[in-house]
Design a protein around this ligand. Sequence first.
Ligand code: NAG
Ligand code: NAG
Ligand code: NAG
Ligand code: NAG
Ligand code: NAG
Ligand code: NAG
Ligand code: NAG
Ligand code: NAG
Ligand code: NAG
Ligand code: NAG
Ligand code: NAG
Ligand code: ZN
Length: 730
Amino acid sequence: MHYNIWTASSLALLLFAANEGAVVEACQPVRHKHSTRLVKRESAPFPMPLTPDEEALVRSVSNTSIADWSYYYTHGQHLAGRNQSMAQWTADRWAESGIASGLVSYNVYLNYPVSKSLRLRHARNGSVIFEPSLEEEVLEQDDTTSYPDRVPTFHGYSASGNASAEYVYVGQARRTDFQRLLELGIPLEGKIALARYGGPFRGLKVKMAQEHGMVAAVLFTDPAEDGDMTEANGHAAYPEGPARNPSSVQRGSVQFLSTYPGDPTTPGYPSKEGVPRTDASVVTPRIPSIPISYADAAPLLSALDGHGIAGKEVNRNGWVGALNATYSTGPAPGVVLDLSNVMENQITDIWNAVGIINGSTHADETIVIGNHRDAWIVGGAADPNSGTAVVVELARALGRLVAERGWRPKRNIVLCSWDAEEYGMVGSTEWVEEYLPWLNATAVSYLNIDVGASGPHPYLSGTPELHDVAVEAMKKVLWRGTNRTMYDVWNEENQGHIGTLGSGSDYTAFVHKGIGSVDVGSGGGASDPVYHYHSNFDSYHWMTTFGDPGFVTHKSMAQYLTLLAYRLADADLIPSNISTYGAEMSDYFTDLEETVQSTNSSALDLSLLRSAIDDFSRQASALGAVQQQLISLLTHGAEQNDDDALLARIKEANQKSRDFQRGFVSQGGLPGREFYKHVVFAPGIDTGYAPTTFPGITEALVQAHNATLAEEWVRKTAAAIKVAADIVKP
Ligand SMILES: *[C@@H]1O[C@H](CO)[C@@H](O)[C@H](O)[C@H]1NC(C)=O
Ligand SMILES: *[C@@H]1O[C@H](CO)[C@@H](O)[C@H](O)[C@H]1NC(C)=O
Ligand SMILES: *[C@@H]1O[C@H](CO)[C@@H](O)[C@H](O)[C@H]1NC(C)=O
Ligand SMILES: *[C@@H]1O[C@H](CO)[C@@H](O)[C@H](O)[C@H]1NC(C)=O
Ligand SMILES: *[C@@H]1O[C@H](CO)[C@@H](O)[C@H](O)[C@H]1NC(C)=O
Ligand SMILES: *[C@@H]1O[C@H](CO)[C@@H](O)[C@H](O)[C@H]1NC(C)=O
Ligand SMILES: *[C@@H]1O[C@H](CO)[C@@H](O)[C@H](O)[C@H]1NC(C)=O
Ligand SMILES: *[C@@H]1O[C@H](CO)[C@@H](O)[C@H](O)[C@H]1NC(C)=O
Ligand SMILES: *[C@@H]1O[C@H](CO)[C@@H](O)[C@H](O)[C@H]1NC(C)=O
Ligand SMILES: *[C@@H]1O[C@H](CO)[C@@H](O)[C@H](O)[C@H]1NC(C)=O
Ligand SMILES: *[C@@H]1O[C@H](CO)[C@@H](O)[C@H](O)[C@H]1NC(C)=O
Ligand SMILES: [Zn+2]
């Protein structure tokens, strides 16, 4: 899966601009409001000069081999738990590059589609109004759309069940959408929900419907998501043109992601054969759900026209879409949906490929680089296999550096190709749970790439200490065969904005064990070809025709991730800037003060938190001074006989960089969701993907409206920051 941050943040800005209440904004802070420390545009020569090693790495990366990897991954079914040979193939490619590699398997709960049906009819006389096709068009031009083992449209972890009932359009099925429907007196109990994609993670839409007594959910993609690239705007639909194919369906998981990811039946421990298993329904729906295309949704929406409250009067952002309907709530009396969804539940094996290059001098420091391999469809050219091709190419480039220039990384590099990410980061979560003692003792950073290329706009999210190093590497890469650097393009488009990490990809388990992470990728904007997310049309044919002809975006992304990994693994001093963490936390503090205002909670005393952040910032700048001193000793050459002493000082500073974030997870889990432990960032409880900052405090104010809980979390958040500050203290 992956949240399209580029589109999402533009969307978030639109939402901020519109007149929704501050409370609603506060639970969807995709882009925090105080971007005071934007990365400064520099006048240094572009691209920045490369060292001989970097030069070799950049030159190793080839779009031809990337195209080969992409072709392989996108021409065989690789739904979670269904393709062991693809996992082995990945390990074999890494091994060919000289990296010791093998498979690590888990035995997890997954479910697979058996059959489904949907029909719109008049209840009184049984006459059928419309029978949706529920499947995507087979295209002559796009070979994998007709594969006999292509994956049907369905929701991973959806419930089996039947429902026959009137239905209600519930907008994006946010909690606030349901509040509005209740306010308007629309009956929900016993009805089927018809909801638009967009906004919260799809599993939370189904959860909301379930919590409101609804009996099933139908989720559709609205062409309103497609910016200017619509048929209505004169663009031909895929495969003839860049607009959305009307039959395209977004598959995806309906796990309740914001409660916990990973195998639903083994929260907190690895899913090995024979382990005890808990009831999956804590994080999976009891009501059935199915995804449909906009072509199939249009008649369902039209049948509600004139019934209930018209979309315009409902008056909520993201409610009225771009189809020819009034987006009325309904229900239309006597007009019913018959829905059936049959899934097969299994406890089955999944396979992560894992490769390791041992570090030469810092064996207790590890950089992990990961991407998931499983896809909802035979293709998956963007999600996730653009990232998969990039990581195979990265392995090849690092392997050549070892073979041709005798390079050894100073710290360990671990490559991971995750299975079952799509169902809920299952492969990565189980692996982190199994190897936690070692990761806790050695992991420095986790670099994630999911959708490496679905359009030409690079994006970057990450924990603050990695901002500087991640941005610096962008200055060394020419973007898509032009003479502009990736940094130039990224900076111009994002004004230096780096996203915070919520959830929606494999960094989740790492962040919530206190391991700093970045997530990189490249996506499309409002005037780029529409990326058919989780659809059969996310294929090799789409990629080579519209998404990334010539694999130029893939190539730049591979160069970028390789240089970033190289720098993190090769630098004597871990190149993290902990002061940035302090500065970011100060910004989140300002946001929190606004949330306190907007929720009328001014009785809440934030002074403990303020002083903890200030203390953290003081220690961070002291450590920064030590790091600078060590760097100058290294560059100016220490006395021969001081080498051991210098190395000891470097190790000590590095251990602080490696360990300080463990402090942020030292207070147990967030209320009601123990998995999520980080006190500074978490996926919003009602958004799933989009992050919330100081989540314990913010959600106590905005969601729970509980002043006691908010006070408790001011204390816990401050205590965690103090633990981190004590680790940072030189
Ligand atoms: C696994 O994927 C490969 C490469 O795409 C493909 O050739 C093979 O048929 C797939 N295996 C299965 C069991 O689908
Ligand atoms: C069934 O009933 C609906 C409305 O009650 C009506 O519009 C429709 O024509 C009827 N169909 C048949 C076949 O009688
Ligand atoms: C939209 O729907 C209305 C009512 O069903 C119909 O009269 C009109 O022709 C439709 N417009 C377009 C552009 O399809
Ligand atoms: C559910 O609906 C399907 C298709 O309409 C039907 O075949 C099946 O028997 C139904 N199951 C139950 C338990 O009613
Ligand atoms: C890497 O280091 C580990 C632990 O010291 C060791 O067990 C392993 O054999 C080493 N691997 C290689 C390829 O050298
Ligand atoms: C992680 O390591 C820290 C020391 O750096 C220790 O205090 C903590 O208990 C460890 N946590 C886990 C889950 O092993
Ligand atoms: C590089 O950029 C300059 C403008 O900054 C432009 O004039 C030139 O043609 C470009 N060169 C290439 C090879 O694209
Ligand atoms: C790789 O890039 C070159 C030059 O930009 C281009 O001519 C070639 O077609 C690309 N190869 C593939 C497989 O797309
Ligand atoms: C670290 O970041 C801070 C603030 O974000 C900045 O002032 C400082 O110059 C950075 N340090 C280095 C060594 O780049
Ligand atoms: C805060 O108080 C103001 C004035 O009393 C009121 O209008 C507003 O609705 C309150 N906001 C919340 C979130 O309770
Ligand atoms: C508010 O939070 C406190 C502290 O966790 C808890 O004891 C209390 O039950 C909560 N109150 C409500 C109304 O949920
Ligand atoms: Zn993905």
